[in-house]
Design a protein around this ligand. Structure first.
Ligand code: PMP
Length: 355
């Protein structure tokens, strides 16, 4: 069988989901579990989504609209772009796969930060491309060093803004200076999965940059601030010519009926979104104050999570699990999603106990 699959698959491991909430409850004899491991929205989603789904006509036997027409029109209006400048995916995960499948060959390479979102690397390895990882500096993208790694075979530069798992961001000035110097036949993908949570005033306004750079693509998702991770809807924005090329690789019915309906409804509730963003900011501020007071190392975050630096990541993960909190360990720290106010308070009390 090993002869059957692409060589590069042999060096990879399949995605292994963590323990389920039920499994953790049983293992540790806990009644309540708070999941702060995947940067989901602790407030769920807008009521407008449940209303729209309650009225959903149950035509389950029919395929969804393969062009995601209604969603396309609604998102185009929301971000003020040509509907042809959009590509939809079953989450951004799939948009990242589509871009990688479309652009990468074994002769090509990608440039990305490390640590950053793992799927950029996974798909590059599957396509046989070389992965050039450039270490972050204090959690920030090191754009100058990234630029030095770009060569004529670099098909994609991935910029995760804010970066998962560090929560840091690239500001407008740095981004523009970077874009001016990247070769025109290298695609720069700005993954803005956490865009809605950002409050920093010098965070780049990237949509107008699309008119200047046709080698730029922006990614957004309904999984985070809109609270629709379970529906799997994300989208890319780029030049219509680029989108047309990527469309070849997209599966015909990749976003489903319910997801398309839910996403349209979610865009109609700006008040819910702003409420979540405010709550998140308060949670981040409380977390930051706690870290400063207790001399804990962390990266300043603009997203809905925070990265605590520790060389005891696995034991911290284990100890918090015993107290009912699921967080995400990394080699040099842990990433914790900002939860609801009371859960955050309990989490900080638990951290204080442990430290
Ligand atoms: N990009 C980043 C930076 C992420 O953190 C995530 C979610 N973990 C994704 C993309 C994928 O999100 P989804 O597939 O749910 O849209």
């Amino acid at each position: 069988l090993k002869m059957l699959v692409k060589n590069q698959l042999l060096s990879l491991k399949a995605y292994e989901p963590g323990k389920t909430v039920e499994e953790i409850k049983n293992t540790y004899g806990l009644k309540n579990i708070v999941k702060l491991a995947s940067n989901e929205n602790p407030y769920g989603c807008s009521k407008k989504v449940s209303e729209a789904l309650a009225n959903f006509s149950a035509e389950y036997a029919l395929y969804p609209d393969g062009a995601a027409g209604r969603l396309r029109e609604r998102v185009a209006k929301h971000v003020d772009v040509d509907p042809k400048a959009l590509i939809f995916g079953s989450g951004l995960d799939e948009v990242i796969q589509i871009i990688s499948r479309s652009l990468l060959t074994p002769q090509s390479n990608i440039v990305m930060a490390a640590p950053s979102f793992s799927q950029y690397k996974l798909h590059a390895v599957i396509e046989g491309a070389e992965v050039r990882e450039v270490p972050t500096v204090d959690g920030y993208h090191d754009l100058e060093s990234m630029l030095k790694r770009v060569d004529p075979n670099t098909k994609i530069v991935w910029l995760c803004n804010p970066n998962n798992p560090t929560g840091t961001y690239v500001n407008g000035t740095s981004l523009k200076s970077f874009l001016q110097r990247v070769p025109q036949d290298t695609l720069v993908v700005l993954d803005e999965a956490y865009y809605e949570y950002v409050t920093a005033s010098d965070y780049p306004n990237t949509l107008p940059l699309l008119a200047e750079y046709d080698n730029l693509m922006i990614l957004r998702t309904f999984s985070k601030a809109y609270g629709l991770a379970g529906f799997r809807v994300g989208y890319g924005i780029g030049s219509p010519d680029l989108i047309q090329l990527l469309e070849v690789t997209r599966l015909p019915f990749n976003t489903n009926r319910l997801g398309q309906t839910a996403a349209v409804a979610a865009l109609d509730d700006e008040a819910f979104l702003q409420h979540c963003v405010r709550k998140n900011k308060n949670g981040l501020d409380a977390f930051t104050a706690f870290c400063n007071k207790n001399h804990l190392g962390f990266y300043p975050s603009q997203a809905n999570f925070i990265f605590l630096k520790t060389d005891q990541a696995n034991s911290l993960f284990e100890l918090l699990l015993q107290k009912g909190f699921i967080i995400r360990p990394f080699p040099n720290g842990v990433r914790i999603t900002i939860g609801k106010e009371e859960d955050n308070r309990q989490l900080l009390l638990s951290l204080q106990d442990i430290l």
